[in-house]
Design a protein around this ligand. Structure first.
Ligand code: MG
Length: 162
């Protein structure tokens, strides 16, 4: 038998590891999109959100565990972003950044939806609220990408053809 609260803690740690990777992805990407000010600005804004999301998750984990030691072991799991980044070729980085972000945001959206359901099941209203807040930010970022991936690709192709 596994209690919902045990799964909830496990998934909180997974989500925390994802947010760690999101910070890595952000700082990696920021250096490659300087010529695209709108994407840069939106990513800058989202980096602040990402850092707050990480803090929110840490608070949820600490409430369950009574300590931060549980957080340390997940930081090593920086695996999801690696394959996306290693396939990069010089030139079309901004398009790859857009694709990596779009993919990553949906991973996070799924993760927060799962956490919201698990927190509900475990009767942890504070975690549920924290994850709903994170979900709203991820949906907003995904929506922005939804609207901007095509114009971004067009801008890149125009620049390359010029
Ligand atoms: Mg996030």
């Amino acid at each position: 038998m596994v209690l919902p609260s045990v799964r909830l803690l496990q998934w909180l740690r997974d989500a925390h590891a994802l947010e760690e990777q999101a910070v890595t992805l952000n700082s990696w990407a920021a250096r490659r999109i300087e010529e695209y000010p709108e994407l840069s600005a939106r990513m800058e804004q989202h980096l602040g959100e990402t850092e707050r999301q990480r803090e929110r998750l840490e608070q949820c984990i600490e409430r369950h565990n009574g300590g931060t030691s549980a957080i340390k072991d997940v930081v090593a799991k920086l695996s999801a972003v690696g394959p996306m980044l290693s396939g990069l070729v010089v030139g079309d980085e901004v398009v790859k950044v857009g694709l990596a972000l779009y993919t990553f945001k949906h991973l996070e959206i799924g993760s927060y939806r799962i956490l919201i359901a698990a927190a509900e099941e475990a009767g942890d209203h504070e975690t549920r609220r924290a994850c709903q807040e994170c979900l709203r930010e991820e949906l907003a970022m995904a929506q922005w990408l939804e609207e901007n991936l095509e114009p971004l690709t067009n801008a890149y192709l125009a620049r390359e053809a010029a």
